[in-house]
Design a protein around this ligand. Structure first.
Ligand code: HEC
Ligand code: HEC
Length: 291
């Protein structure tokens, strides 16, 4: 029940005018210190809005011109500036020179690991272990195109069978069945021969006939013994390592339609220093060969 505001006799404080069953509510003033802190925060907020970007408006800045984005950009620019002397040294050095200099080498391996995670891991796996479906392991010594620093650098910079780089590696295996170069029976025989190279043929007679087909159609790239050719990026067919799977169906598929795996070129996208760092990093994964 509202009653009139009056002075409380006991505390000397005014009442709010609210009363319930004879109990009146005091209007005790806020402590002075609290009130002044409260006013100070309002003043602080007002100054803040003027000086810093506080309003929800795209691109709003305060009088100081400070923005969180700008601060990060500056931090990144300072970071890049600190790294630049090392990057410049790596950019100008041949990969062999980077390997020979322990400081550059450590820097390149650390940078290469990050660049690999960002650009390569999606296809080649986080540790370069490769993936089924034509993505070779970069961590073993089974190389399609070569494991020397110069080979690896060439592959990374220009890629394989891509349309964007004229210096890309280009050898294409013919589509033997699809283009009518071999009959289905011959494909079957040559597949048996390929399996026999790793001791897995199930039809010895077909494998023997397939040897002749192989000598005529395949050995120019894969070699007489099926050991492959790095000049042509033709895989070793006599080992246990398969890009596309080594069972009969996968081999028949490879021979019938070819695979033509594509790897993008990185020379035009990444800083040459990063290409060098990646070269040293991939070389270090386990299969790097001496020059
Ligand atoms: C879109 C998928 C893809 C990405 C991304 C990719 N690669 Fe590849 N890479 C391939 C394929 C496919 C091959 C095998 C092509 C072939 O059949 O010859 C390959 C082959 C290679 C080879 C040759 C291996 C050998 O045995 O000779 C190297 C080295 C290599 N990649 C490094 C890299 C690096 C370093 C990166 C990141 C900068 C990268 N790749 C990113 C798909 C990719
Ligand atoms: C012009 C060169 C060339 C000729 C000729 C050629 N190949 Fe290939 N072959 C390649 C290349 C390059 C690859 C790598 C895979 C790709 O195309 O991405 C390959 C891949 C393969 C694969 C897949 C290997 C794997 O690890 O999964 C098989 C199997 C194969 N070839 C069998 C044959 C047989 C059998 C013949 C003959 C009938 C033949 N090739 C003729 C170049 C050739």
């Amino acid at each position: 029940m509202p009653t009139k505001i009056e002075k409380d006799a006991v505390s000397g404080t005014l009442t709010t005018g609210h009363e319930w069953d004879g109990i009146k509510e005091l209007n005790t003033p806020l402590p002075k210190w609290w009130l002044y802190v409260f006013y100070a925060t309002i003043a602080f907020a007002a100054v803040w809005v003027v000086l810093y970007p506080a309003l929800p408006i795209q691109g709003a800045t305060g009088l100081t011109g400070w923005t969180a984005r700008g601060a990060i950009e500056q931090e990144m620019a300072e970071h890049a500036e600190r790294l630049e002397p090392r990057l410049a040294a790596i950019r100008d050095a041949a990969p062999q020179e980077i390997l020979a200099d322990p400081e550059l080498r450590n820097f390149a391996l650390a940078g290469g690991r990050v660049a690999f995670a960002n650009n390569c891991a999606a296809c080649h796996g986080a540790g370069g272990q490769g993936a089924q479906g034509g993505f070779p392991s970069l961590a073993d010594d089974d190389w399609l195109w070569g494991g020397k620093l110069a080979d690896i650098r060439q592959t990374i910079a220009h890629g394989i069978r891509n349309a964007e780089d004229e210096a890309a590696r280009t050898t294409m295996m013919p589509r033997f069945l699809a283009d009518g170069l071999l009959s289905a029976a011959q494909v079957n025989e040559v597949a048996e021969h390929v399996l026999s190279l790793s001791g897995r043929a199930t039809d010895a007679a077909a494998a023997r006939r397939g040897a002749a087909v192989f000598a005529e159609n395949c050995s120019s790239c894969h070699g007489n013994d099926g050991r492959g050719s790095r000049e042509l990026g033709a895989p070793d067919l006599a080992d246990q390592i398969w890009l596309y799977g080594g069972d009969k169906a996968a081999v028949v598929q490879s021979v019938s339609y070819a695979r033509a795996g594509v790897m993008p070129a990185w020379g035009g996208r990444l800083d040459p220093a990063v290409v060098n760092m990646l070269t040293v990093y991939v070389h270090s994964l386990g299969g790097g060969e001496p020059e």
